[in-house]
Design a protein around this ligand. Structure first.
Ligand SMILES: Cc1cc2nc3c(=O)[nH]c(=O)nc-3n(C[C@H](O)[C@H](O)[C@H](O)COP(=O)(O)OP(=O)(O)OC[C@H]3O[C@@H](n4cnc5c(N)ncnc54)[C@H](O)[C@@H]3O)c2cc1C
Length: 328
């Protein structure tokens, strides 16, 4: 029997894959109900392994491609409309730089851009289109994972930070809360605003490149858009600052002036769990394993790490890119 600690996106995927493979699993979440604390509810969610190569380690692209495929197979709400990356005329060089750093994109002229995303007509120097990418809205996706894990036989306990003492293995997916045992884990604050608008009409995530505050917008459906996100070396979650709100909202307005009439429905910041090199890790100790440090890519990578963990449990397989011995 396995105990999984923490029902964020990482713990939920672990529970789902292990339960579906016939393992006996108890998922223990400290909060009294689902998704009340932790980072996962703040995510975009872009499933963008090719775009992420601009700033992330290669491992994120490589594992991320598999993660994207797993989401598409498992979750009907994963939308596969690709990603657009745009820059204003004056920031054209940013688009060239992004193109050099990434792969899997097509260069679109302003006319081609308007053909697939009519709201972006006449304001941009063209775009990069990453057709192989996807996105989803975090809350329904997390509920889906929870329901599916329970349907597959996982036992879920809320309001309980403890785990049964007689388990064969504990899988610790507590995100930043595992800092009490992992001293090199840190939080990276991500602020975001969620708006609702009848005027804005975007079908896919759009990243606006800007030398000072790059931003992205993710359509969550029914006129709701997530505008994100800052990347600040701080563990503070909670309300966002006025400065970040100004940056995020000005950039959204530059992307599409129709945002001016949008209603702000949510704001807040989550603290992304990250190791010093921003790489995800599975840290294997005796009967206790940590899965953590998924940083800006927790949704993208969680299904792959769950698959790797299941293979490890069943065959002893160890992917040296991800697995490390736990010396805590
Ligand atoms: C603004 C923002 C935008 C993002 N956008 C994206 C994106 O577009 N794509 C992407 O892939 N990723 C994105 N991320 C990153 C992603 O959200 C994180 O990597 C991911 O949520 C980390 O998940 P986790 O399960 O490790 O941690 P968490 O979501 O923090 O979950 C940890 C859980 O453990 C529980 N817990 C704590 N202590 C205990 C205990 N003692 N016992 C039991 N349970 C406990 C907590 O209550 C919580 O539910 C974004 C993050 C932010 C902040």
């Amino acid at each position: 029997m396995f105990a999984i600690r923490g029902a964020g996106v990482v713990g939920l995927w672990q529970a789902l894959i292990l339960a579906r493979r016939g393992h006996k699993v108890t998922l223990c979440e400290r909060s009294p109900g689902p998704f009340m604390h932790g980072c996962s509810l703040y995510a975009g969610v872009m499933l963008a392994p090719n775009c992420e190569k601009e700033s992330a380690e290669l491992i994120v692209r490589d594992l991320g491609r598999r993660g994207l495929a797993l989401w598409r197979d498992a979750y009907p709400g994963a939308i596969a409309n690709g990603t657009l990356v745009v820059a204003l005329q004056r920031d054209r060089a940013e688009l060239d730089r992004f193109a050099r750093m990434t792969e899997g994109h097509e260069r679109l002229s302003p006319t081609e851009l308007a053909a697939i995303e009519p709201a972006l007509i006449d304001r941009f120097a063209g775009a990069l289109y990453f057709p192989q990418e996807g996105h989803l809205s975090p809350e329904p996706a997390l509920h889906f994972l929870l329901e599916q894990a329970q349907a597959a036989g996982a036992h879920v306990r809320f309001g309980d930070g403890e785990y049964p003492p007689d388990v064969d293995l504990v899988i610790d997916c507590r995100g930043l809360a595992a800092k009490d045992q992992l001293s090199n884990l840190r939080g990276v604050r991500g602020e975001r605003i969620v708006v609702k608008s009848r005027e804005v009409n975007l079908a896919r995530p759009v990243r606006l490149l800007h030398p000072r505050f790059p931003l992205y917008v993710v359509p969550w459906g029914n006129g709701v858009y997530m505008i994100g996100a800052t990347v600040i070396e701080s563990e503070e979650a909670g309300p966002i600052t006025l400065r970040s709100a100004l940056d995020l909202l000005s950039a959204a307005y530059a992307l599409d002036p129709a945002f001016a009439e949008a209603e702000i429905v949510l704001q807040g910041a989550g603290a992304r769990p990250a190791f010093p090199d921003n790489r995800p890790r599975i840290m294997v100790g005796r009967r206790y394993i940590y899965v953590n440090g998924l940083y800006r890519h927790g949704f993208l990578l969680a299904p792959v790490l769950a698959e790797l963990m299941a293979a490890h449990i069943e065959t002893g397989a160890v992917d040296p890119e991800v697995f490390v011995a736990d010396s805590c």
